[in-house]
Write a protein that binds this ligand. Structure first.
Ligand code: GDP
Ligand code: MG
Length: 441
């Protein structure tokens, strides 16, 4: 996708006369690419006409950077489409919330319930899981296994066949136990059918969830819009989680789900494991969708912030997708040097929401400093290794002792590193330098 879009824009900027025809050709090319990424036809068409309104032919003709103007317009439009305008209900730690998961069978509900619970548990919540799937044989076993692995309390039954009854019992029990995040996993059917929606409606009516999360498999392609809409029509979907983003899926379905449910995507699933779960961030996602990254702004910043003699080396490493602890260390140094934290890296996937949430710059800054102190106790081999497995228990213990930190804190650092390394390795290829030292999309 990135390739064909950048080709289309390239052709356009090469054209000597930018007239309506050239712009249309470019937009048609982009339309094709977005459809291939599973963005719904109607959404693409709307976007195309919006872009035509935004992109002013006169600006293009006046010799401004055409590529940049169009690129920016597409980027902004896609971001806008992923923003339903209002945030979803956000559970509060220490206050009881009931969250119900819905979605077709196989979409990843049970897996995602556990990831969601685990994610919050790590942040000090008291989550609990309720299995209200009595349709699929083995559903309870699956949830039980997941929950046990993550040490999360669970409720379910092998005997009871009424999902409403189990859901209510489970929710009641965990309310009594003062759990603050009670998660209700429900059943799905292979197809969207009346019985499924009736069941969802009943479970929802009986448990009165504060939030209903629609779970969608990212590989369903053009079916996303209708599926999301069908769920929205029977239960009050308030948020979306898109799963299996690690596979071949191109992700355009997320736009459809937002449009159909008028609810934001809050997380994405990026693997089968418990921790393969990321907060959804609109800009990096759109970058990924377009295969481009917000590299133009990033490059400007890089030139300001990264010392000249470090630049080519960093670019080379980014292009290779190599992300060592040393690179992370150097980037933390750069971030801390530049004063207002996060300006550069907030443009890059992974460096924004989790590592440096808006409004807590001070904390982020001391976190980075703490991380760097720990990394000061690492050996060269550890800092330059591209194999995370090198960090065995005895090394971690040595680093903790050497830097005066707890094991847990070193583990946090390594987890952060793994998270960033994973994102960066996915983004490689997004970094290709042209001769001018400018990023190609
Ligand atoms: P449910 O029927 O909606 O409860 O779906 P499950 O949670 O049972 O998941 C169906 C399959 O999808 C399982 O094999 C999961 O391991 C897999 N799965 C779920 N989420 C992800 C994901 O983000 N990435 C990958 N690769 N597989 C996933
Ligand atoms: Mg399930």
């Amino acid at each position: 996708l990135g390739g064909s879009i950048s080709r289309a824009i390239q052709q356009m900027s090469n054209a000597t006369i930018i007239d309506e025809k050239a712009l249309n050709e470019c937009l048609n090319e982009i339309t094709r690419a977005l459809l291939q990424a599973d963005v719904q036809f109607k959404l693409v068409r709307d976007m195309q006409s919006n872009i035509k309104k935004i992109v002013n032919l006169e600006d293009l003709a006046a010799g401004h950077n055409k590529r940049k103007i169009i690129q920016q317009a597409i980027f902004n439009e896609l971001c806008k489409m992923l923003d339903p305008g209002k945030p979803s209900f956000t559970p509060k730690k220490g206050k009881t919330s009931v969250v119900m998961f819905v979605g077709l069978q196989g979409s990843g509900k049970t897996t995602t319930c556990t990831k969601y619970a685990y994610y919050h548990q790590k942040k000090g919540w008291k989550p609990a899981l309720v299995c209200a799937d009595t349709f699929r044989a083995g559903a309870f076993d699956q949830l039980k296994q997941n929950a046990t692995k993550a040490k999360i309390p669970f409720y379910g039954s092998y005997m009871e066949s009424d999902p409403v009854k189990i859901a209510v019992e489970g929710v009641e029990r965990f309310k009594e136990e003062n759990c603050d995040l009670i998660i209700v996993d429900t059943s799905g059917r292979h197809k969207q059918e009346a019985a499924l929606f009736e069941e969802m409606r009943q479970v929802s009516e009986a448990t009165k969830p504060d939030l209903v999360i629609f779970v969608m498999d990212s590989s369903i392609g053009q079916a996303a819009f209708d599926q999301a809409q069908a769920f929205k029509q029977s239960v009050a979907v308030g948020a979306v989680i898109v799963t299996k983003m690690d596979g071949h899926a191109k992700g355009g379905g997320a736009l459809s789900a937002v449009a159909a449910t008028k609810s934001p995507v809050i997380f994405i699933g990026t693997g089968e494991h418990m921790d393969e779960f990321e907060i959804f961030d609109v800009k990096p996602f759109v970058s990924r969708l377009l295969g481009m990254g917000d590299w133009s702004g990033f490059m400007d910043k890089i030139h300001e912030v990264v010392p000249m003699d470090q630049q080519p080396e960093l670019m080379q490493k980014l292009a290779e997708g190599t992300f060592t602890l040393r690179i992370m260390y150097e980037q933390f140094q750069n971030i801390l040097k530049m004063g207002p934290i996060g300006q550069v890296f907030s443009m890059l996937p992974g460096f924004s929401s989790e590592l440096m949430p808006k409004g807590s710059e001070k904390e982020s800054q001391s976190k980075l400093k703490r991380y760097m102190t720990m990394m000061d106790s690492m050996t060269d081999a550890e800092l330059d290794s591209t194999n995370p497995k090198i960090m065995n228990e005895s090394r971690i213990m040595r680093i903790a002792r050497g830097s005066g930190h707890q094991l847990r804190q070193v583990m946090d650092l390594l987890e952060e590193y793994k998270r960033l390394a994973k994102i960066w390795s996915k983004m490689k290829g997004g970094f290709k330098m042209s001769k001018k030292g400018d990023m190609n999309m």
